[in-house]
Design a protein. Structure first.
Length: 186
């Protein structure tokens, strides 16, 4: 094997979502039948990251969702946004976003709990989120009837560009005290 860096670059490029270091090691060891250390892979990843910092390139290597992915640099986001607007049919509906937010903030939640929060039937939204692989079935609740528990997926992390749910904005960040009357106690 002449240059593991090129194989790692090919793996990252061809992966539909971020690829974890362990996946890279597994693929290389399986094909080349030799051991690769985590340090060796991390060194190659650092080299690839440096290579793509070139200002003449429009993409960069980014650590996202506990893995690595090629993404466009921020300078090109305006043109990418125009493309995304054209493909808006893939956008999430307000109902789906609302349902997804409930699942993300509650971590593991049943359909009934989602519907109690939203006040409407959420079957369609849940189905669409499952189809888009933004949520997964996390198991069954221990409550009566053992309803299905839903949680966010790895695809959710990729879609929103975060590594963990702790990176989501906190609920307190959304409260607006500008319309309150009187002094606020601290």
């Amino acid at each position: 094997m002449e240059n593991p860096e090129l194989y790692i670059e090919a793996l990252i490029f061809s992966s539909e979502q971020s690829i974890r270091t362990e996946e890279i090691i597994y693929c290389l060891q399986s094909v080349f039948e030799r051991d690769f250390s985590r340090e060796e892979i991390m060194s190659c990843l650092d080299s690839i990251k440096t290579k793509y910092q070139d200002p003449n390139l429009a993409i960069e290597l980014v650590n996202v969702a506990n893995g690595y992915q090629f993404l466009t640099k921020k300078d090109y986001h305006a043109v990418i946004n125009l493309l995304q607007l054209q493909r808006s049919k893939k956008k999430l509906s307000p109902a789906a976003l609302e349902t997804l937010a409930i699942i993300a903030y509650k971590h593991q939640v049943t359909k009934l709990e989602i519907e109690q929060i939203r006040g409407v039937n959420s079957e369609y939204s849940i189905q669409k989120l499952l189809e888009k692989e933004l949520i997964t079935i996390a198991g069954k609740s221990e409550t009566v009837g053992r309803p299905i528990l839903y949680s966010t997926s790895q695809q959710f992390m990729d879609y929103f560009g975060i590594n963990s749910l702790s990176e989501l904005p906190q609920i307190k960040d959304f409260t607006d005290n500008s319309s309150s009357i009187g002094e606020q106690a601290e």
